[in-house]
Each structure stands twice: as structure tokens, then as C-alpha cells.
Design a protein around this ligand. Sequence first.
Ligand SMILES: *[C@@H]1O[C@H](CO)[C@@H](O)[C@H](O)[C@H]1NC(C)=O
Ligand SMILES: *[C@@H]1O[C@H](CO)[C@@H](O)[C@H](O)[C@H]1NC(C)=O
Ligand SMILES: *[C@@H]1O[C@H](CO)[C@@H](O)[C@H](O)[C@H]1NC(C)=O
Ligand SMILES: *[C@@H]1O[C@H](CO)[C@@H](O)[C@H](O)[C@H]1NC(C)=O
Ligand SMILES: *[C@@H]1O[C@H](CO)[C@@H](O)[C@H](O)[C@H]1NC(C)=O
Length: 435
Amino acid sequence: MRKAANYQSGRIFSDRRWKIPFFVSLLVSITLFTVTIFGLYSSSYGRDELQVDIVSFENSEDLDGYFVESDLMKSFKSNKASKTEPPRFAYLISGTKGDSQRMMRTLQAVYHPRNQYILHMDLEAPPRERLNLTLSVKNDPTFSEVENVRVMSQSNLVTYKGPTMIACTLQAIAILLKESSNWDWFINLSASDYPLVTQDDMLHVFSNLSRNLNFIEHTQIYGWKLNQRAKPIIVDPGLYLSKKSDIAWTTQRRSLPTSFKLFTGSAWVILTRSFVEYCIWGWDNFPRTILMYYTNFISSPEGYFHTVICNTEEFCNTAIGHDLHYIAWDSPPKQHPRSLTIKDFNKMVNSSASFARKFHKDDPVLDKIDKELLGRTNRFAPGAWCVGSSENGADPCFLRGNNSVFKPGPGAERLQQLIGNLLSEDFRSKQCHTQ
Ligand SMILES: *[C@@H]1O[C@H](CO)[C@@H](O)[C@H](O)[C@H]1NC(C)=O
Ligand SMILES: *[C@@H]1O[C@H](CO)[C@@H](O)[C@H](O)[C@H]1NC(C)=O
Ligand SMILES: *[C@@H]1O[C@H](CO)[C@@H](O)[C@H](O)[C@H]1NC(C)=O
Ligand SMILES: *[C@@H]1O[C@H](CO)[C@@H](O)[C@H](O)[C@H]1NC(C)=O
Ligand SMILES: *[C@@H]1O[C@H](CO)[C@@H](O)[C@H](O)[C@H]1NC(C)=O
């Protein structure tokens, strides 16, 4: 027995004899490789900081989209056609009980075969309704051919103003990252949102934008607001109960963070793939630390991404302080924004925003938007990809053409104008501004 054991361990040892040098050399080469890559990255950082004005659009493309070119405005204005293919968006559309038809309508209004879509219906909705939504997606001939629409199979309990909302958004992002390697911006919508421009308009305008720009409305929380916003501790029951209930407030208060600054803003965001990858993978663990901090923070969806982006050197210059949404608040503002009606139509159009919220189900203003802004008479807001016949009210989108060709309309001009203003020096000087 012992002999056999000795023999065995001897064999293992002799096995290891070649393994050790092998692994050592593997380790050395991996280290060298990493150092090289790191060296490349850090040297480009250095250059980025020093020669802020001459880093060009082409350079930043080589760096795989992780760096911010300083002359975004120049590249935006320049007439150089981008070498890369047109962009793609990844949409999350979320809803709750009674929202399935609104979600379908919003989905159809923002549908384009280039994009990716994920729908989430929270746990409050009865299984029947979720099934209805899943079937509606399954039965749509275009969705099943293009395979770019999915309904999240896991239904999460989402608490209003609670961290479970962020958890759900992050899960949707993770699925979108896993399922498609091919999108540039993540866009967050709810069932009560509606677009004001077509996807052709958006894709056309975003084609000329740096793929590093995050549209995230943000301001620093400071002064007396800090005490009010950052000291209370809440617990989101959605994290451990299976029935929806309100956030619980504790009697304890906590002190203010000193290793990062707090930011807040709109919960509606348009984020770049590189930034959401950073949030999901958390290379330096900062996004995860912040996520944990925000677990007990009231209204965390209005602060999580904002605080991460503004405290991260690589990304803070990419945060454009606008959510491209038209949202109308009462004055003084109440907890929820005002519901938009036909009276708001002109103001909505004049805002040049891509989306507006919030709308009642089947409000007549949605029909007006369909008719006058989106040209939507059938399922989808048509674009250059719809090449079928529209005779006798037929749906031209049944026949799909080239999806890299766009037919921008007046919406593109409006959006272009808005984004032009957002990229102006004056506006950009306020990025992640701290007191
Ligand atoms: C983007 O650049 C192309 C190429 O110069 C130009 O034809 C197009 O009009 C520009 N689009 C926008 C929205 O500025
Ligand atoms: C979903 O529900 C709506 C009305 O509640 C109904 O008109 C529609 O046919 C249903 N869809 C499916 C696929 O069951
Ligand atoms: C994402 O969109 C939903 C809309 O349903 C919103 O409630 C949520 O707060 C948004 N933001 C984040 C960070 O989850
Ligand atoms: C439209 O917007 C412009 C500036 O953005 C403003 O001067 C004008 O008064 C607005 N018109 C309406 C009808 O709101
Ligand atoms: C689609 O259109 C783009 C841009 O015009 C073109 O480069 C591409 O070759 C076209 N693809 C097909 C399959 O026709």
C-alpha cells in the first residue's frame, strides 16, 4: 500500500516537474502581456491628459472606445464620415400590472431591426399578463425573424424608489451584453414613455456622435440637501419579500460618504456600452461598492449611475447632463411628473427631445404623435428598412430592406439641434461639476 502511495506521489511529483516551469513561464508571459497592455493604456492616459486638444477622433477609435476624446465637438461637427458602421441601441422597456399593451405599443414605436430590445414585466403583474406579452412578442413575424426582442423570463419584484429597480436594470443590461455583442447605447424606457422621433432619426443623428457620450442628467447633492437625501437609511422589502410593499425607513441615520461625492438626476438614461460594461464588470470594484452603498439610499435609481460616472475619471468627461426626455413637472413639483396630453404636443415637439413621458394608456396625444411625428399607421414607425408595398394600407415593414440605410425626417433635424447645444462648450463645462 505504502509503496503504491509512494510511487503515486513520485509520479505526481515527476508530473509536476515539467508543469512548474511551464506554469512559471506562462505566468511570466501573461505578466509581460498585461504589462504591455497596461503600459499602452497608461501611456495613452498620460497623453490624453497632456495634449487634451490634439487627440483626434481616429485615435480614440483605436483605443477601443474607453477613452474620451476632448474635441468631441469637433468630431461632431466635422464632416468626416465615420469608418465604423452605424450605431445600434439596446432598449429596456419595463412595466407592471396592466402595462402589457402599453409596452407593446412603445416597443413598436421604437422598433428597428438594428436594435436590441428587452422587456421586463415586474412580479406584480399576473402570470397571465406576462404570458400575453410573451405571446404577443412570439407571434410577431418580424420579431421572430429578426430575433432582437426578448421578454425577461425572470420577473423581479421592483419597489418604487428602491434599489430593486437598479438591480432589475443591471440584470437587463447584463442579459443584453451577453446576448448581443453588437450595440452601442443602452436606453431605459417605461411603459408610459413614448418616442417623439423615429429610430431612423435617432440612428442617423447618433451615427455622427462619439460612441463615448453618456446622456445622463446629473447634479451634485450638496448643502442642506445632503442631510435630507444621504443620511436616511431605508430598506427595500423587494430584496427579501415576495409581495410588493413600500420601502421601510429606519430610525438610524448615517454619516456622509467621504471617499466619493454624491450625484443625483433623472432615472432615465442613455448609457454607452463601455460605461455599462464597467458597471457590470466593475474592474476596480467601485461600481459594486457604490451599488452596496445605494442599497439603503432613498431613490437610488436617481443616483446610482450618476454617482458612479461622476466619480470615475475615465468616464466623468463623457456625461452629458440631459436625458433626451421631455418630462413636465407641476410647480411646485409633485412626486410624479404630470401626465402629458394633447395640450403639451407643441411643447414636446419644441423640446426636440427623443422621448417624452408620461402618458396615460391610449391617450389621444399618442395617436397625434403616431400620425404627425412618427408616420406610424401600422405596427411600426416606418423607416428606410421597410421596403414593402403600402398599398391598401398594407404594412411596408413586412418586407425588410437594408437596415443600415436611414431616412431621417424633421425629427432628426430637431434632435441634431438639441445635441449640438448639449455639446457646446458652455454646456459641457458643467459636466460632473462639483461645489
Ligand atoms: C453625418 O455626417 C455625414 C457625412 O459627412 C453627413 O452626410 C450627415 O449629414 C451627417 N449627419 C448628421 C446628422 O449630422
Ligand atoms: C393580450 O390581451 C389583449 C387584451 O387584454 C388581447 O386583445 C390580446 O389578444 C392578448 N394577446 C394574446 C397573445 O393573448
Ligand atoms: C430605468 O427605467 C425605469 C422605467 O421603468 C425607471 O423606473 C428606473 O428608475 C430607471 N433607471 C434605473 C437606473 O433603473
Ligand atoms: C420653442 O423653443 C424656443 C427655444 O428653444 C422658444 O424660444 C420658443 O418660445 C418655443 N416655442 C414654444 C411654442 O414653446
Ligand atoms: C446596406 O447599406 C450600406 C450603406 O449604404 C451598404 O454599405 C451595405 O453594403 C448595404 N448592405 C447590403 C446587404 O446591401
